[in-house]
Design a protein. Structure first.
Length: 101
């Protein structure tokens, strides 16, 4: 990852909210972005969630689990706490949380 100082994990999320792949991305020390590797998932995806490396593993989050986030208001002030992401394991009633059956 060009100009990123710490390793990150990225969860690739499909249109249903299910994690379809998780990849570890290491910082790239090259002076040029074109010399850095591109991280691609093994499956089609609609969104990506980047976190500090090891966070998904530490929390038992894996491929097949679901991601959900609340709807944000159109006019969010700059003092808003921002988007709060909730992750839940697929075994914890995914049909009622996210990811249609």
């Amino acid at each position: 990852m060009y100009r990123t100082l710490i390793p990150l994990d990225i969860a690739f999320i499909d249109e249903a909210g299910r994690i379809v792949d998780i990849r570890r991305m290491a910082p790239c020390t090259s002076a040029s972005a074109r010399d850095c590797p591109v991280t691609r998932p093994d499956a089609p995806y609609q969104a990506a969630l980047e976190v500090n490396a090891g966070v998904f593993e530490a929390h038992g989050i894996a491929v097949g689990d679901c991601v959900s986030w609340p709807v944000m208001a159109v006019n969010v002030s700059s003092t808003s706490p921002g988007l709060v992401l909730r992750l839940r394991r697929a075994a914890e009633s995914p049909a009622s949380f996210c990811c249609p059956a």
